[in-house]
Write a protein of this length. Structure first.
Length: 525
């Protein structure tokens, strides 16, 4: 897996105050809920769980915490029973002789038990270590109600007494999390799919989505806590199938629409705290997906006012791409405007990028007709050119597979995105996916639920529902079997302990782009 940071210091940004005000008007009031631990646990070796780390209860009677005394190097792990996003508070007191030295306390927050077995001192990955969820505190006076100002995403909280003094011990009591989300899990009634594993997957997917729905649709509440356009498209679809909070989708659309570069492009992501700031990262397919996300939103809500306000922004994303399409209909992207498609750089993304443009352009043409745009036929002509080139040059009819023109490479992403883009007819789509399964399954070298979502949806589109269900149950179901309460940012079934950052201690185990099974099963089953 590979990822390259973009640093574009010279970007000049346009801030549309009117659109940003619309975004502010749709900022949600967060629901807050008090959550207490379910049990005190200890870690055990368990090969059936992620990282071979499982848990067993030490006690489910939380009153034992109040009477247990802790000294140097002693610790306790609180299990809240499910993933939470919020602020942790706890009472701490001293027992014994007068407090003749400060308490040094380490607090670790973990989404998965395997994180607790990892040491922050050993982390040497390329992602900032500042994302590691732990605190080292010196407390001079006890008793105290310790209230953590920082928000955490976790299921487990480990408290370790680094030191006190030989004269006194520490007692913990009244641990609580004030969990936060823009939505309430109990407001959703999930449809019975008739399959127990799919039902479990849909429940976990909905919890994943809920914990990512904060001031915006965050990509991950542990890390990076940002609004990414590719994630937003998928989160919005899952949201329509569950919470149906259209206000938060509208907020996301207005945030992107309100901050564009001088050349018209939308940033791939935006920060919202402490102030709203666009990131200097641009991804071709994410920009194209603005039109698709807007089209999906309008189809779901009939909100033509928002369409009118954001239509020009969507149009600029599409128009900007045409400079990279030659007269034959061939898309060639520059290095500074790459297509994401998936984290992996082990496959050529050129053909998949061509398909995402066709996909996004089809969605945009729907908007042109709703807006009575006189130039609608020009976009139809551009679409025809792209499709004709794709069929004539990129499709290997003998093998029913799309290739990369430059090398002849055949990869999963090319087939999947061409099927989603509807380039070929239904019967050919099925042949494409059957051949893909025959030659390229089981999937390897792809570790994101983002790409697995698109593989599963392409199977559904190709009328291969049984194969799609099998993939969903294998991929997302395996995460559950490994201990997932929410679905992860990265998962490679052939290498379950894989982390793109070299250590699970910074991996995100609740991530927006993994929540989509609940959308797929509702739409296609």
């Amino acid at each position: 897996m590979a990822f390259t940071f973009q640093i574009n210091k010279d970007v000049v940004w346009n801030h549309d105050k009117g659109l940003l005000q619309k975004a502010e008007e749709n900022k949600p009031a967060l629901n807050k809920k008090k959550v207490v631990p379910k049990q005190i646990v200890e870690l055990i070796n368990d090969p059936s769980k992620l990282g071979d780390v499982g848990i067993i209860p030490k006690t489910t009677d939380l009153s034992e915490l109040d009477t247990t005394q802790f000294k140097r190097d002693e610790s306790v792990i609180l299990d809240f029973g499910n993933h939470f996003v919020g602020h942790f508070n706890i009472d701490i007191d001293s027992v014994g002789s007068p407090m003749d030295a400060p308490l040094t306390l380490k607090v670790k927050f973990a989404e998965m038990a395997s994180e607790l077995s990892s040491s922050s001192e050993d982390y040497n990955g390329w992602l900032s270590r500042s994302w590691i969820q732990e605190e080292l505190l010196h407390i001079d006076e006890l008793p105290v109600r310790l209230e953590f100002p920082r928000r955490y995403a976790a299921r487990f909280v480990e408290l370790t007494v680094v030191d006190t003094s030989p004269k006194w011990s520490v007692v913990f009591s009244n641990p609580v999390v004030i969990a936060e989300s823009a939505v309430d899990f109990d407001s959703v009634i999930l449809r019975d799919t008739g399959d127990k594993m799919l039902n479990r997957i849909n429940s976990v997917a909905t919890k994943t989505l809920m914990d990512c729905m904060q001031d915006v649709f965050e990509d991950g509440p542990k890390r990076d806590r940002r609004l990414w356009l590719g994630d937003l498209r998928l989160q919005a679809l899952a949201n329509y199938a569950t919470f149906d909070n259209t206000q938060l989708v509208k907020r996301g659309l207005y945030l992107f629409g309100g901050m564009t570069a001088k050349d018209g492009r939308i940033p791939a992501n935006v920060f919202v705290k402490p102030n709203i700031v666009p990131d200097d990262t641009f991804l071709f397919d994410y920009s194209v997906f603005f039109a698709a996300t807007l089209a999906d939103y309008v189809e779901h809500t009939d909100d033509l006012e928002t369409l009118k306000n954001l239509y020009d922004v969507a149009k600029k994303q599409i128009d900007f791409t045409f400079q990279y399409v030659d007269e034959d209909g061939r898309l060639t992207l520059p290095e500074d405007y790459p297509a994401f498609i998936d984290w992996s750089n082990d496959f050529d993304k050129a053909t998949a990028a061509q398909a995402t443009l066709i996909f996004g352009l089809k969605k945009f043409i729907i908007l042109t007709k709703l807006m009575d745009d006189n130039n609608s036929e020009l976009y139809v002509a551009e679409l025809d050119k792209l499709i004709n080139f794709t069929k004539e040059v990129l499709f290997d009819r003998e093998n029913n597979q799309f290739i990369v023109e430059r090398t002849g490479e055949v990869n999963i992403a090319s087939q999947v995105w061409m099927v989603l883009a509807g380039v070929m007819d239904s019967s050919t789509n099925q042949l494409i996916m059957e051949q893909m399964i025959h030659t390229q399954f089981p999937v390897t070298g792809i570790a994101t639920p983002y790409m697995y979502h698109h593989i599963a949806e392409a199977l559904f589109v190709a009328d291969m529902a049984d194969e799609a269900k099998k993939l969903i149950k294998q991929y997302w179901g395996t995460m559950i079997e490994l201990g997932a309460d929410t679905f992860w940012e990265a998962f490679e079934p052939e290498n379950p302990n894989y982390s793109p950052y070299g250590s699970p201690i910074v991996s995100s185990y609740c991530h927006a782009w993994s929540c989509t099974p609940v959308y797929l099963t509702k739409k296609y089953l």
